[in-house]
Design a protein around this ligand. Structure first.
Ligand code: PLP
Length: 408
């Protein structure tokens, strides 16, 4: 048994059945399965030192604080950030990007300014900028997409100007798996004096990230896409930018002095972490990073990419299939349709075979408009998938195709 087959035992959900069939999980771009190690780290917090953090003087609370803050240092090292105080814990990518738009964006955007995004952004990296532009009388500018659904340096350059203030782009798209050269795009953005925000929700999963080398201004991601718990993620921001940004939420433990008519706030990152935080989830995210690092991001990437190549070749043998991202190898995502059959109907056939997959618009409606499709199927592979999963998926794909024959 290979190394990756061996890892399957860490994921208890793979032992269950769905519709009386062995469960096959092909929806990791939505959220990944969680290994025992992550759940156990959270259990240990709740069972042995489950106090609150950064408050009071009790020993249990102190232990919890140390564990929570140790994850901040671990995340900083994981993404190549020099200073742990540039790591803000949030509820996930969506919250991180909204925080940038409503704090930093509110601060710097004025009427007539331009904010650049592209059509293949997830709604989480589209709507916050669209709404900020509306509020401020700024313009939302679309960087042109290349054939793969990504943005090339030349494409970005064609829309940059002295009016550009913020560029917000994906590292890897959640629908087409397009990969942007974010380092080069950040460089071009800085040449016109603008700030570069990376939606790293999928990028962090499939390659080693070094925010210092990339020189992005902000990088956002979620733990649940990388074997961590839901409800927790990260906003990385350059120290000098976080220092300028006002908090967007107010409450306990983010202040120095609360006077009757005014309040002074702590420094970043604590001024952004109001109220009782998701302590167990932060600790679970630390365990997830340790789990991934023990395997190695490059090894995971190679495993997923070889499996994806195999899956694409198999899918091409099935009749009446249209694949929208055949050549995008950076992630485990294959986005496709059975011609003439609605993806929700097809997904029902897959589900009957025990296969969990995504159908719909993938929270990327502008991109679906670009693809001229109301919806698609998306299968996505991760470290616990193997060839047997792909083979079973192909059996279901053939059934979905004959379901078509039966109907029409
Ligand atoms: C590229 C991308 N951006 C943003 C998000 C939003 O992440 P979350 O729902 O964890 O906030 C996702 C999740 O699907 C994503 O894939």
């Amino acid at each position: 048994m290979g190394k990756f087959d061996d890892l399957r035992k860490d994921f208890p959900m793979l032992e269950r059945q769905v519709n009386n069939k062995p469960f096959i999980y092909l929806n990791s771009a939505a959220t990944t399965l969680k290994p025992r190690q992550v759940v156990e780290a959270m259990d240990t917090y709740y069972y042995t030192y489950g106090g609150t953090i950064n408050r009071g003087v009790d020993s249990v609370g102190y232990e919890a604080t140390l564990a929570y803050e140790a994850v901040r240092t671990q995340v900083a090292e994981f993404i190549g950030a020099k200073d742990p105080n540039t790591i803000v814990f949030t509820r996930g990518t969506t919250t991180s990007i909204n925080m940038i738009a409503s704090s930093f964006g509110e601060l710097i955007i004025e009427a007539g300014d331009e904010i650049v995004v592209c059509l293949s952004e997830h709604h989480a990296n589209y709507i916050p900028w669209q709404q900020l532009a509306k509020r401020k009388g700024a313009k939302l500018i679309l960087a042109p997409l290349n054939d793969f659904g990504g943005v090339t340096p030349e494409g970005l350059q064609s829309v940059l100007s002295a009016k550009t203030k913020i560029v917000g782009l994906h590292h890897i798209s959640n629908v087409l798996g397009s990969h942007n050269d974010v380092k080069r795009l950040a460089e071009l953005t800085h040449e016109v004096g603008a700030y570069f925000v990376v939606d790293g929700a999928q990028g962090i999963v499939h390659e080693a990230v070094d925010v210092t080398d990339m020189d992005c201004d902000f990088y956002a991601f979620s733990a649940h896409k990388m074997v961590g718990p839901t409800g927790v993620g990260v906003l990385y921001g350059k120290a000098e930018l976080l220092a300028k940004m006002p908090p967007t939420e107010f409450g306990g433990e983010m202040n120095h002095i609360v006077d009757i008519y005014d309040t002074s706030f702590k420094d970043a990152p604590h001024k952004f972490e109001a109220g009782t935080m998701m302590i167990a989830e932060v600790i679970g995210m630390g365990a997830a990073i340790s789990y991934i690092e023990a395997i190695g991001i490059q090894a995971i990437h190679d495993h997923v990419s070889a499996l994806r190549e195999y899956a694409v070749e198999q899918l091409k043998q099935v009749a009446n299939i249209e694949i929208y991202n055949e050549h995008n190898h950076s992630s485990g995502i294959i986005t496709y349709n059975h011609i003439g059959i609605h993806p929700h109907d097809a997904a029902t056939v897959y589900d009957r075979e025990g296969i969990s997959m995504r159908s719909g618009h993938h929270c990327a409606q502008p991109l679906l408009t670009w693809l001229h499709q109301p919806a698609t199927l998306r299968m996505s592979l991760y470290l616990y998938n193997n060839k047997a999963d792909v083979d079973q998926w192909i059996v279901a794909a053939k059934q979905a195709d004959s379901f078509l024959d039966a109907l029409f």
